[in-house]
Design a protein around this ligand. Structure first.
Ligand code: 3H9
Length: 699
């Protein structure tokens, strides 16, 4: 449905004030009709003899979500944001922005071009463009710096903060905050200012906050974040723009910012981050669920007060829900709750939460010993030992005590959900909720759907994930689900690379240079090598793993046999002093022996070869997962990897990376590897089809 400019911004007179109401669903983003509507209505208000002042408000309790992200990268049509904001600044009548909900990106920039800002106390404002690989390109860096000073601007813009209205008032960004109706408050504010008389202030003309700024603050922020910003474009451009606001005259500063915005807009980082923005929202949607309503979940039971159970309890309590945390003994519960308290203390000391919020969250977590305590809860999540027998025992007990309609969830990372569901009389209510450690921090939540789960259960689990502020991705119940299945595949490819001539530190360095925060071998050392060593031995004993295969690299087994379990024993793939890892040259000799045993010739390898092998393995496996129906769409894999596995967000995820390289190019690489290792590199049919179609992913 196309919305006409005059409907996107409505006009009415109220008490001698022109009220411009923006109504452009879903979130009042500055799409073309809305931009045209703004120009139209501003002119109307200025020329309306009855209107003494102008108030801009958003319909449906939201102000403006910023520029329309869907338009980036397309030809520009209609007036640009900076032209609208200049028109606002030229208005002879005072303009008040009445902010409810969110004023984000171009939305806050719009408010900053008004003479005054009045906000509902629940509203939040922020210049969050950096999340999309962009900068506030319609005056935000210039006006915010002049209004609140460069330190505030650096902090808010570089961290994409959503600032609550009362705090924004303290920072000088908002003029008044109201608990009542924001439109009425803004009209009253406008009338009070009219009574006092002009001139009407303009943020862009303020100079008091940009006097005597020490230029070293910009250098310091760049130096402090150099590592974090590797590969990014926007943060560097943002710092330059804020610095420009302190040195250039207003119009030159605005022109400088527009050029910097173009630099960001044209970078592949922007394309990748905007891909992830929409991919995250697509991932939350369940195909075929139209009309299915989620069940209400207000109280949750958790079984297992260990690190995982405690972390899950924290994320649920943080979202305002009641939690009953069960373990087998009072000691286990006390130890679990003590760990939870300690984690909260750390968060308070870091300033990421307040004592009040922590006290409230702790008040919502109740330790219990008896399953009977779960009789009334809406959802139970078990986080107990990964054994099908143990899970069967737990789910049989849950089936007996939980009320009809309660959802029974397992945090398993490996077991088949349907095999767990089968022991209950309500398999349709059983689902996997695979949290990632630390569960109170990690954003990804894999919702694992077995064949037996009802659509209502699936939809409820996805909605629950959103309530927790997690990023849900729906996975089918295959080996490793989405994330670990891919991790397993590329981990084993890295192990083959070690036999072909690479070293652990070379692989890790290549992955870090690509943008991963940590390489695979450092990660394994941190997790400890002994657990997977035991798992492998057990699997080999029952014939599930062929240790004699040419592709099986026994290096990890040999490390464990020497007592080198990783960071905790001071040696693993690396040698450790505390947390400091250094490569172990003696490992090369071990690897040389292994290569010889397997008859593999060792040769020098470039970082580029390493990255292509590992990424192609990820993409080929990802394409198989989509083809087999275990992921709804390729972009879900990007979301899982960006939010749960440290894949650099500025590269958009493995499947997007493949698309940027060209699927035909990636397919050709897979074929090249297949020629060398036919058993390992069977190309995914889906990749082949899409490569031949000469287009990107279609699902
Ligand atoms: C910018 O402003 C640049 C300027 O500085 C300079 C320009 C020159 N555009 O998140 P939700 C869609 S850059 C288009 O589920 P919520 C979204 O895709 C912009 N579409 O809702 C979804 O569509 P669908 C800076 C947008 O209530 C639907 O709206 N601003 C936009 O949980 C609902 O979204 C931002 O980065 C948009 N700007 O959260 C803000 N925003 O139904 C980005 C949303 O088809 N937006 N959609 O899946 C947000 O942070 C959240 O959407 C918001 C609402 C908090 C507003």
């Amino acid at each position: 449905m196309t919305i006409k400019p005059e409907d996107a911004v409505r006009y009415e007179l109220r008490d001698g004030v022109a009220l411009l109401t923006i109504d452009f669903p879903p979130v009042n983003a500055f799409g073309q009709p809305m931009r045209e509507g703004m120009m139209l209505r501003l002119d109307q208000a200025v020329s309306d003899p009855v209107a003494e002042a102008i108030v801009i408000v958003g319909a449906h309790d939201r102000f403006i979500a910023g520029a329309d992200i869907r338009e980036f990268g397309k030809p520009k049509v209609g007036p640009e944001l900076h032209q609208i904001f200049e028109r606002m600044e030229q208005s002879p009548k005072p303009i008040v922005a009445a902010i409810d909900g969110h004023a984000l990106g171009g939305g806050l920039e719009c408010a900053l071009a008004a003479s005054y800002r009045v906000a509902a106390s629940r509203a939040k404002v922020g210049l969050v463009e950096i999340n999309l690989g962009l900068l506030p390109g319609a005056g935000g860096t210039q006006r915010l710096t002049r209004l609140a000073g460069p330190q505030v601007a650096l902090d808010l813009i570089l961290n994409a903060r959503h600032v609550p209205a009362p705090k924004a008032k303290d920072l000088g960004i908002i003029d008044a905050v109201t608990d009542g109706d924001v439109t009425a408050a803004a009209i009253a504010f406008a009338k009070a200012r009219l009574a006092q008389g002009g001139p009407w202030p303009l943020a862009i003309e303020r100079t008091d906050k940009i006097q005597n700024v020490d230029p070293r603050i910009f250098e310091e922020v760049r130096a402090k974040n150099a590592k974090k910003w590797t590969g990014l474009v926007a943060p560097f451009e943002i710092v330059k723009c804020i610095e420009a606001a302190t040195t250039l005259p207003p119009r030159d500063g605005l022109a400088f910012e527009r050029e910097a915005f173009k630099v960001c807009l044209e970078s592949p980082v922007r394309e990748a981050q905007i891909h992830l923005f929409f991919a995250e929202r697509a991932a939350a949607k369940v195909e075929g669920s139209d009309g299915v309503k989620p069940r209400t979940i207000k109280s949750v039971g958790i079984i297992g007060a260990g690190t995982m159970g405690g972390g899950i309890a924290m994320s649920i309590a943080n979202a305002g829900l009641e939690v009953k945390l069960l373990d087998m003994s009072q000691e286990a519960i006390d130890a679990g709750l003590a760990r939870v308290r300690k984690n909260y203390e750390t968060s308070v000391s870091r300033g990421s939460t307040t004592q009040d919020k922590v006290d409230a969250a702790l008040g919502r977590i109740d330790g219990v010993l008896d399953y009977q305590a779960f009789a009334d809860v809406d959802l139970v999540i078990e986080a107990v030992f990964e054994s099908i027998e143990v899970k069967h025992d737990v789910f049989t007990k849950l089936d007996a005590v939980c009320k009809p309609g309660a959802i029974l969830a397992s945090n398993t990372s490996a077991l088949n959900i349907d095999r767990i569901a089968e022991v209950t009389k309500r398999p349709g209510d059983v689902i996997g909720l695979h949290f990632f450690s630390p569960a109170n921090v990690m954003k990804l939540l894999e919702v694992v759907r077995g064949d037996l789960a009802s659509m209502e259960t699936v939809v409820s689990a996805m909605a629950f994930a959103k309530t927790l502020g997690k990023v849900p991705v729906l996975a089918g119940t295959c080996f490793g689900f989405i994330g670990n299945r891919i991790l397993h595949r590329y981990g084993s490819e890295a192990d083959v690379l070690l036999m072909e001539g690479a070293t652990p530190s070379q692989i890790d360095d290549a992955l870090k240079a690509f943008g991963f925060p940590m390489g695979i071998y450092l990660m394994r050392d941190m997790a400890g090598l002994d657990v997977s060593y035991r798992v492998r031995r057990n699997k080999a004993a029952v014939g599930e793993l062929d240790m004699n295969s040419i592709f099986y690299n026994p290096i990890a087994d040999r490390l464990c046999e020497d007592g080198d379990y990783g960071q905790k024993t001071g040696k693993g793939y690396y040698a450790y002093e505390g947390r400091n890892a250094t490569p172990r040259p003696e490992l090369e000799e071990k690897l040389r022996i292994i290569s010889q045993e397997k008859g593999i010739e060792r040769k020098p390898m470039t970082d580029e070869e390493i990255v292509w092998r590992i990424l192609s393995a990820m993409v080929n496996e990802g394409a198989k997962i989509v083809e087999e129906g275990y992921a709804q769409r390729a972009s879900d894999i990007d979301v899982a990897y960006a939010f749960g596995y440290g894949f650099p967000k500025y590269r958009g995820g493995p499947m997007f990376w493949a698309q940027q390289q060209g699927l035909a190019t990636v397919f050709a690489k897979v074929k090249e590897y297949e020629a060398r290792y036919p058993e390992r590199w069977k190309p995914a049919k889906h990749l082949e089809e899409r490569a031949q179609a000469g287009a990107g992913w279609n699902r």
